[in-house]
Design a protein around this ligand. Structure first.
Ligand code: SF4
Length: 581
């Protein structure tokens, strides 16, 4: 059934929700919280739900939601000029003091532009005045590279909402006018005001420097803001329940933030450090409160088993009668009680990420498990009743050869054989589904200087792998081509000169090839160029806490096929960190 919101009846939407907040506007700062995708997607986004709660917990703030209208309505609404209105009070967004975007994916960049247009607000910050709402862009993309969105944002909020929202509100309450507000924010940790910088470029087109404009008080680099400890903090969790969303009325909750493994390609691993566990008792309390609205708990964490009390949390959820869906599980921490409890709660499938098939290449990328351990854990998984396995692999990794592709096949066959050995006596055979994606070198990782692999080579590898796995029974491979990732890589690795292509793609309905041509953007320049000689990278304006010297040393270590073993205790990896002191 399509979400009611698709029909544009916001009162219908609210009538199907539990947990939304209505406050009188009078005397309060009004924040329109924007999710740049549909309601159906947004309401399953924990970041969006959490920022809504954090704003509304402030007595003098009223926060209401806006989402992108569904495709069939969007064009009509853009053509009619009917203004975008908030879900809670049906108020035009233009009347709000702040529009705060929570952006999680590069593909949503065009939707940011659409929503500004729908709201009747100038798309570019340079065209706005103090009478327009302040446009703030935050969310997971600010951890990677917010620079392609820079021309659209008055302010980019880089880091974690728990720290950023109180600072944002204090600055708004005390500022005398828009200019004063931007200056105050530029002086706060985690706030990047793009218009306060001139970007200088080298003769070959790379970024040479971000130069703060005189008299703005803007810092040379903006330090990301992150909470120091989550020991006494409420974990992000679903606060508004609705059946009209991707994960239905699943109760989503963040269990632990960060991952200690430091895989060399993984932006989330490096950028959410240090590992911070949320209090187990509070997780269980929130789950208890939500139980009447939901029977399924979705545990959102990149390294769930890094929580020191994960077994206690799982058994508590089972006692409450929840079925449990974990996100991808890190292999090395998977224990027999964990798998048993997940099975007991109704789960029949587990997702793990071997990333590649050979121990050698896993040492290159610092995925610190071996094939022997993977097969051992596979046995544990199927011995405890699981029926299916979902795997993530990558191709296009540094130093990868054909023999590594053969290892992907061999490892998967080894896992399949273990599955069959456990399944045959039961007479019910599950399946293994493997997703294979080309590596996109990400900002804020060891591979941030690396060019993406030549598409002809990646395509040949994809073809070779398809042939290698073509006739495997009970195993299904979904191998993505380079082309699929090309424009995503542009948005991930680009700078503010990519913004005109985002605007063009928004106008032409997502035809990126035409958009890039119209905007005169050389996408290959951003995607296939070795950046190791660049003095400054487009994302260097944000200091995520990791040092370039560390990444360079890690890269060299990778080429020597050496691991950097994960510091298991969060206290040990604190030294890397962007935490507040
Ligand atoms: S195990 Fe590696 S890939 Fe997975 S979240 Fe941790 S650092 Fe990232």
């Amino acid at each position: 059934m399509p979400p009611r919101h698709a029909r544009g009846h916001t009162s219908d939407v609210l009538s199907r929700e539990v947990g939304y907040v209505r406050k009188p506007h009078g005397g309060r700062l009004r924040v329109a919280l924007a999710f740049p995708n549909t309601y159906f997607v947004g309401m399953s986004n924990l970041g969006f739900q959490t920022v809504y709660r954090l704003f509304n917990e402030l007595e003098d703030v009223v926060c209401e939601r806006i989402c992108l209208p569904p495709k069939q309505e969007l064009q009509a609404q853009l053509a009619s000029g009917k203004p975008l209105r908030t879900i809670e009070s049906d108020t035009p967004v233009r009347d709000f003091d702040v529009i705060a975007f929570s952006v999680s994916f590069e593909w949503d960049y065009t939707n940011v532009v659409s929503m500004l247009r729908l709201a009747g607000i100038p798309v570019r910050a340079e065209s706005r005045t103090g009478r327009d709402p302040l446009v703030v862009i935050g969310g997971a993309v600010t951890f990677v590279n917010p620079e392609p969105l820079a021309p659209f944002a008055d302010v980019i909020a880089a880091g974690e909402g728990e720290v950023l929202i109180p600072s944002l509100m204090t600055a708004i309450r005390t500022a005398s006018d828009r200019d004063d507000l931007l200056r105050r924010l530029a002086g706060e940790r985690g706030f990047y005001v793009p218009s306060f910088y001139n970007v200088r470029y080298t003769a070959d087109g790379a970024v040479a420097a971000f130069e703060p404009k005189p008299d703005t008080g803007a810092p040379g680099v903006v330090k990301k803001a992150a909470v120091k400890t989550t020991e006494r903090m409420d974990p992000p969790s679903t606060r508004i329940f609705t059946p009209d969303t991707e994960f239905g009325s699943r109760f989503l909750i963040e269990v632990v933030r960060g991952c200690a493994n430091l895989c060399r390609f993984c932006w989330a691993g490096y950028n959410y450090l240090p590992v911070r566990a949320f209090p187990a008792d509070r997780i269980l309390e929130l789950a208890r409160e939500a139980r009447s609205h939901s029977g399924r708990a979705g545990l959102v964490s990149i390294a769930l088993c890094d929580h020191p009390e994960i077994e206690h949390i799982l058994s508590g959820l089972i006692e409450m009668g929840y079925s449990i869906s974990p996100a991808s599980l890190r292999l090395d921490d998977l224990t027999e009680p964990i798998v048993r409890m997940l099975h007991q709660s109704g789960e029949r499938s587990i997702t793990i990420a071997p990333e590649t098939g050979s121990d050698r290449l896993r040492r290159v990328i610092n995925k610190t498990v071996t094939n022997a351990e993977i097969l051992e854990k596979t046995d544990l998984i199927f011995a405890n009743g699981m029926e299916n396995l979902k795997l993530y692999y990558m191709i296009g990794l540094p130093t990868e050869t054909d023999s590594d592709l053969e290892s992907i096949r061999d490892l998967t066959v080894g896992m399949r054989d273990i599955m069959l050995a456990h399944a045959r006596p039961k007479g019910r055979i599950g399946r293994i589904v493997a997703s294979v994606n080309p590596l996109i070198p990400k900002p804020g990782t060891t591979y941030q200087w690396l060019a993406m692999e030549d598409p002809a080579i990646t395509d040949r590898k994809a073809k070779r792998l398809r042939a290698l796995v073509a006739d495997l029974d009970n195993v299904y491979f979904n191998i993505k081509s380079e082309r699929h990732s090309y424009y995503q890589a542009l948005l991930s690795l680009g700078d503010r000169r990519v913004a005109p292509a985002i605007e063009a793609a928004e106008r032409n309905g997502g035809n990126w090839r035409a958009a890039v041509a119209e905007a005169g953007v050389d996408a290959d320049f951003y995607i296939f160029r070795d950046r190791s000689g660049d003095a400054t990278l487009p994302w260097d304006i944000i200091d995520g806490g990791m040092k370039a010297t560390f990444f360079r040393a890690e890269f060299d270590k990778g080429l020597r096929e050496e691991w950097t073993l994960p510091p298991k205790r969060s206290a040990e990896n604190r030294k890397f960190l962007p935490v507040l002191s």
